[in-house]
Design a protein. Structure first.
Ligand code: DAH
Length: 339
């Protein structure tokens, strides 16, 4: 017997073992296989006895191979025994009466708010459009009348991606894209993610969501804007009062911000409204004629209104969430409140 011959014998024995074990159907015949292969007078023993005349070195290598063969056979036989036993005991038992407590998923509160707002706006005749998150710097700023040297540029702290490209810092560039691609009447809302390199705290995240609104036609007036936003606020928060304050945005003139009466304390004063009774929910205004000029619309032919709101902020007011970070933590105990 040489080592080569032994290897050949081992592989033949494995083949034979493979076909034997494949047809075993009860524990008795499995016992028989134990005896046939690794029993005291079994085939493994026969093979082992053939190496006794080899040189010491060959004996060692062949011995190792035979030991591996023994391990292989033993583990296969044990495995087959377990499988057979399980089968004979009636297979895996399933208790159909065991209480079923799978946790079902559902929409994230942020997206429920998004959906709700979009549905309201659709009912008011606004069409949904989307723009890219990596945006041309000039659409994010210049076309909106926010030149680089203007101090208001700093309000929109911005991530730069490459020369002339930014991660949009607001959804307002979608206004520009829409107006560049078609003539009025335009009546759109643009939902989406926006990015600002802010430090994370209870009120700020570097990625958040906005909804932009734009209505342009001949003879769109400030009362149209107020009426639209009042309907939005009522449908979103129920019976609330609204109030408009003068403000400033480079792309609207005049500009305003809308407050709603505090949904938590009903104007009595609480930490959420900082004891003022009012909560600011959005920025808006009449589209600045300079923006119309930038997109190539004829002078003084059209008028329009625009508004932008933060979805996280609305969600937090609506569900009385104190810290914006809850919205991204995926903490099931928190999300469960919304099921
Ligand atoms: N883009 C503004 C921001 O991110 C929000 C905004 C204010 C949008 C007034 C508008 C608007 O369309 O008219 O702070």
């Amino acid at each position: 017997m040489t080592r080569i011959l032994l290897k050949d014998q081992i592989s033949r024995l494995k083949d034979q073992f493979g076909s034997d074990i494949a047809v075993v159907s009860n524990l008795d015949s499995l016992d028989e296989l134990f005896r046939k292969y690794i029993g005291r007078n079994g085939l493994l023993r026969d093979l082992t006895s053939t190496i006794k005349d080899l040189s010491a070195e060959e004996k060692r290598t062949c011995g190792t191979e035979l030991n591996q063969l023994k391990d292989f056979l033993t583990s296969k036989l044990e495995e087959a025994k377990m499988t057979l036993k399980r089968k004979l005991e009636g297979g895996e038992k399933i208790d159909y009466t065991y209480p079923f407590s799978a946790q079902t998923g559902r929409e994230h509160p942020l997206y429920s708010t998004f959906e709700e707002i979009i549905t309201i706006m659709e009912r008011l005749g606004f069409e949904i459009v989307e723009g890219p998150e990596i945006e041309k710097e000039e659409y994010n700023f210049d076309f909106l009348n926010i030149p680089k040297e203007h101090p208001s540029h700093d309000i929109w702290n911005t991530f730069y991606v490459s020369e002339g490209k930014v991660l949009r810092s607001h959804t307002s560039p979608v206004q520009v894209r829409t107006m560049l691609s078609k003539k009025p009447p335009i009546k759109i809302v643009a939902p989406g993610k926006v990015y600002r390199p802010d430090t994370v705290d209870a009120g700020h995240l570097p990625v958040f969501h906005q909804l932009e609104g734009l209505y342009v036609d001949e003879n769109v007036t400030l009362p149209h804007l107020k009426g639209t936003l009042e309907v939005l606020a009522m449908q979103l928060f129920g019976e609330v009062e609204t109030k408009f304050r003068a403000s400033f945005f480079p792309f609207t003139e005049p500009s305003l911000e809308m407050d709603v009466s505090c949904v938590i304390c009903k104007k009595k004063g609480c930490p959420t409204c900082r004891y003022s009774g009012w909560i600011e929910i959005l920025g808006a205004g009449m589209v600045n004629q300079k923006v119309f000029k930038n997109v190539g619309y004829p002078e003084n032919k059209y008028s329009g209104f625009a508004f932008g709101l933060g979805i996280e902020r609305i969600t937090m007011i609506k569900y009385q969430i104190q810290d914006i970070r809850y919205l991204i933590e995926n903490n099931f105990r928190f999300l469960k409140h919304f099921i």
